[in-house]
Design a protein around this ligand. Structure first.
Ligand SMILES: Cc1ncc(COP(=O)(O)OP(=O)(O)O)c(N)n1
Ligand SMILES: Cc1nc(C(=O)O)sc1CCOP(=O)(O)O
Ligand SMILES: [Mg+2]
Length: 494
C-alpha cells in the first residue's frame, strides 16, 4: 500500500558543517513534520568560514540514489539544491520524466553564502532549458536571478519584479526572487510571481550572523508544505515565516568561528550553553517550598509580578509558578520573561499555570495543569521531554493517570479550606496521605497551607510528599520575603 505520509526528496549536496544542503533540508522537513529522503549530489568540506573542498558524486551514482528512492517510495515533492554539473542536472530531468510527482521545487544553488562556487557554469543553460520548464517553483536569490538572466543588474524591488517576470518566461510555474541580499533595507522583501500576480512578501530583517542555510531551508519548507497539500502562495508564506522565527530565535547562537553560522531549525538549542540555564531537568526536592503567584493579591499590595517573584526567591522559594488568571496574554508573556530571568539567576525553576502557549513562548521551565486544563499527555507532546509538568490531583486515580501521561509531579489538595481558589473541594490530611501513598510521582501539598499548619502537613510521614505550595501565606502578606523565609524554615526542618 502506498504511504500517505507527506514525503519530500532532497536532491542536494552535503554540508559537513550541518548548516546548509542536505543537512538543512532534513532538519527543515523534520521541523515541518514531513518525511525527507535524500539524493546526494556532492560532498562538501565546509564550515562557518567557507567551503574548503568539494567532491562530486559520480552522475551514475546520483542516478542510482534517485532510482532507489523514486522506484520504492511514494514521493510527493522533489526539491533540488546543489546540482554541481550538467550531467547530474540532465539525469535528474530524465529520471523525473519517468516518475510522476506532485511538485518540483528548484533552489538554483550556484554560489555558497561565503561566495564559493558550487556549480559549474555549464549548469546554467541546463537550468534554463531543461529544469526550469518542468519546475513548479524556483527560488533564486538576487545573484542567482541575475545569473539566470545573463548578468542583469538587480538593485531594487522593482528590479526583482522584472526578474521574476523574465524568469517566469523561462518556464517555471511560480518564481520567488529572494531579496535577502538587498542592501539598506530594514525588511527582507521577496517577490513572488505566479504568472498573473506579483506579491511582495516582507518580514523584518533579523540582525544575525546565523543565516547559513536559509536558502536551502526556505526551499525545503516550501516543498514540505506543498507535500502536505498547501497552495503555492500559502506554502511560500509559511516557509518565510518559519525562517523569520528560526533566525530570530537563533540570533545569538554561537556555532563555529567563521563569519556565517548555522541556525536552529528546532528552536531548542538557545539556552543549553548558557550558565544561567538549569543544569538538571527536574529535581523533586525543588518542591520543598513552592510559591504560586496571584494577580489579585499583587494588585491589592501594589506589587508587580516580578517584584513579588523576586521577593519570594530571595526569601528561599525553591520553585515558582506564575498563576495569573486575570492577565492579558501579552502582559503575562512580558512578565513571565522578566520573572524567568530572575528565577534563572537564582537557579529556581519557573512554571506557568494553565498556559502552555505562554510557557512555550517564554521558554519557561514547565507548566502546571489541572484536571480541566490541557491534558498532561498533550502538554508533554507540545513541551517536549525536557520541561517540567505538574498536574493537580485529588484522587489516587488521577495521580495514576498523571504518571501515565508523563507528568513529573502532582499538586494535591485542598489540604485545608482556601479562599484563593473558588469551589475547591477540601480533601484534608487524610486525603493527601491516601494520594501520596499511591502516587508514583512526587507530591506537593496545596490549599490553605500557612505558618500555622505547614509542619503537620510535612509530618504525615509519606516519603514522596516533597513540600508545600502556598499562595496567600506568601503573597497576601506585607513582606513576602519574611513570610517565605519563615515558611521555609518550618518545612525545611522536616
Ligand atoms: C502546585 C499546584 N497544585 C495545584 C494547582 C491547581 O491547579 P488547577 O487545578 O489547574 O487550578 P488553577 O490553579 O488553574 O486554578 C496549582 N495551580 N498548583
Ligand atoms: C491554586 C490552588 N489549587 C488548589 C488545589 O486544591 O488544587 S488549592 C489552591 C489555592 C491555594 O492557595 P492558598 O495557598 O492561598 O490557599
Ligand atoms: Mg489550572
Amino acid at each position: 500500500m502506498q504511504s500517505k505520509i507527506p514525503h519530500v526528496v532532497s536532491v542536494a549536496g552535503s554540508d559537513s558543517g550541518g548548516g546548509a544542503g542536505i543537512q538543512a533540508d532534513l532538519k527543515a522537513c523534520a521541523a515541518r513534520r514531513v518525511y525527507c529522503s535524500t539524493v546526494i549530489t556532492a560532498v562538501t568540506a565546509q564550515n562557518t568560514c567557507g567551503v574548503q573542498a568539494v567532491n562530486l558524486v559520480p552522475p551514475d551514482f546520483v542516478a542510482r540514489q534517485l532510482h532507489s528512492v523514486l522506484s520504492d517510495m511514494h514521493v510527493h515533492v522533489v526539491k533540488t539544491g546543489m546540482l554541481p554539473s550538467l550531467p547530474i542536472l540532465k539525469l535528474l530531468t530524465h529520471t523525473l520524466a519517468k516518475f510522476p510527482i506532485q511538485a518540483l521545487v528548484v533552489d538554483p544553488v550556484m554560489l555558497s553564502t561565503s561566495g564559493d562556487v558550487l556549480a559549474d557554469p555549464s549548469v546554467l543553460p541546463g537550468f534554463k532549458h531543461q529544469l526550469l520548464p518542468i519546475t513548479d517553483i524556483v527560488t533564486p536569490n538576487l545573484k542567482e536571478a541575475s545569473a539566470l538572466l545573463g548578468g542583469l543588474p538587480l538593485h531594487s524591488v522593482s528590479d526583482m519584479r522584472t526578474a521574476a517576470k523574465l524568469i517566469h518566461d523561462l518556464g517555471p510555474r511560480n518564481v520567488l526572487v529572494k531579496g535577502g541580499h538587498l542592501l539598506d533595507s530594514l525588511y527582507s522583501i521577496d517577490v513572488f510571481f505566479d504568472g498573473q500576480q506579483f506579491y511582495e512578501l516582507s518580514s523584518p530583517r533579523v540582525n544575525t550572523r546565523n543565516t547559513h542555510g536559509t536558502g536551502c531551508t526556505l526551499a525545503s519548507c516550501i516543498a514540505a508544505e506543498l507535500a502536505k497539500g498547501s497552495s503555492m502562495l500559502s506554502a511560500v508564506k509559511t516557509a518565510k515565516h518559519f525562517i523569520e522565527t528560526a533566525l530570530d530565535y537563533s540570533r545569538d547562537l554561537a556555532i563555529g568561528n567563521g563569519a556565517q553560522g548555522p541556525f536552529d531549525h528546532f528552536l531548542a538549542l538557545k539556552n543549553n550553553n548558557q550558565s544561567s540555564c538549569r543544569q538538571n531537568r527536574f529535581n523533586p526536592n525543588d518542591l520543598l517550598l513552592y510559591a504560586v503567584t496571584d494577580t489579585a493579591m499583587n494588585r491589592k499590595w501594589g506589587r508587580s509580578i516580578a517584584e513579588a517573584v523576586k521577593a519570594a526567591v530571595e526569601g528561599g522559594a525553591t520553585i515558582v509558578q506564575l498563576r495569573e488568571k486575570d492577565a492579558e496574554t501579552q502582559d503575562f508573556l512580558e512578565a513571565a520573561k522578566v520573572c524567568l530571568e530572575i528565577c534563572r539567576s537564582y537557579g529556581v525553576p519557573l512554571l506557568i499555570n494553565d498556559r502552555i502557549d505562554v510557557a512555550l513562548a517564554c521558554d519557561a521551565d514547565g507548566v502546571h495543569v489541572g484536571q480541566s486544563d490541557m491534558p498532561a499527555r498533550l502538554a508533554r507532546t507540545l513541551l517536549g521531554p525536557e520541561k517540567i509538568i505538574g498536574v493537580s490531583c485529588k484522587t489516587a486515580e488521577q495521580a495514576q493517570q498523571a504518571w501515565i501521561d508523563g507528568a513529573d509531579y502532582i499538586g494535591c489538595g485542598g489540604v485545608y479550606p482556601t479562599n484563593t481558589k473558588a469551589n475547591n473541594r477540601t480533601i484534608g490530611l487524610d486525603g493527601l496521605k491516601e494520594v501520596c501513598q499511591t502516587s508514583k510521582l512526587p507530591v506537593v501539598a496545596i490549599g490553605g497551607i500557612d505558618l500555622s499548619n505547614a509542619r503537620e502537613v510535612m509530618e504525615i510521614g509519606v516519603p514522596n510528599l516533597k513540600g508545600v505550595a502556598a499562595v496567600s501565606a506568601l503573597f497576601d502578606r506585607g513582606c513576602i520575603l519574611t513570610e517565605t523565609r519563615s515558611l521555609l524554615a518550618l518545612v525545611g526542618q522536616h
